[in-house]
Design a binder for this molecule. Structure first.
Ligand code: F6R
Length: 241
């Protein structure tokens, strides 16, 4: 794993955006894996700014999101569909039918998981995946204990994850208890991975990732066995390194 540490969150977002834009220029039909949450929003702002200024085009690309809550309709402001439209898709020129997110309202959720996994494979796999990390080491919504050989599946969200994400909802009770997430093996299949880590609340997790052992109790540790991972971390996140 290569670690790039930056003086602040803005720099982290800029550097990651520059790398992604370079890759899009080299390969306009890049398959880009996306994450939600607070961490990548600065990166998405940079991609939007660049699209407006420099006309970088997303017309030929496909995007694949890591996860979606179960039971939240796409149009609900708390769905990851809504989040992605608001924070990225509606500000760039990507056709919406080339943006892919698991359907957390599918009638048959197990079938939806297999469909999504197969769909990514049919598109030739993900070239570059953006990841954030949970304080408990989750990647995607793969909570501690998720097998390293897992594929896209339904997961019960850890209480700590629901609490961390309650800031987006009116109350903790409104936070869904389950989500569909790409599995650990699905993430490991991505050709390249950018892990973004920002803020003091992630410092312990980053230190455990860098210095701890590879263990299913700390899902992100699997990334140590991937050939092409770059970690972008800001100063606060590197406090314990
Ligand atoms: C989001 C996702 C999660 C988040 C993680 C960090 O699609 O898969 O793993 O990346 O929970 O969230 P933030 O960035 O809000 O701290």
């Amino acid at each position: 794993m290569k670690l790039i540490s930056t003086s602040n969150y803005e720099k982290l977002s800029q550097l990651a955006a520059e790398e992604i834009i370079l890759q899009i220029k080299k390969n306009p039909s890049l398959n880009l894996g996306l994450a939600t949450g607070s961490t990548p929003t600065g990166l998405y702002k940079e991609l939007i700014r660049d699209h407006k200024q420099n006309k970088t085009s997303y017309k030929e690309m496909n995007t694949f999101n890591l996860d979606e809550y179960i039971g939240i309709p796409k149009k609900d402001r708390n769905s990851y569909h809504y989040f992605m439209c608001e924070n990225l898709f509606e500000h760039i020129d990507i056709p919406l039918d080339q943006t892919h997110i698991p359907d957390g309202t599918a009638k048959n959720l197990d079938e939806e998981c297999s469909r999504y996994e197969q769909f990514i494979n049919e598109h030739g796999g993900i070239d570059l995946q953006i990841l954030g990390i949970g304080q408990n080491g989750h990647i995607g919504f793969n909570e501690p204990g998720t097998p390293f050989d897992s594929r896209t599946h339904i997961i019960d969200l850890a209480e700590s994850t629901r609490k961390a994400n309650a800031r987006f909802f009116e109350s903790l009770e409104d936070v869904p208890k389950q989500a569909i997430t790409m599995g650990i093996a699905s993430i490991m299949d991505c050709k390249e991975i950018f892990l973004l880590v920002s803020g003091a609340s992630k410092a312990k997790a980053l230190a455990r990732l860098m210095n701890g052992e590879i263990n299913e109790q700390f899902p992100a540790s699997v990334l140590k066995t991937h050939q092409n991972v770059t970690i972008f971390a800001d100063k606060e996140a590197t406090a314990f390194l």
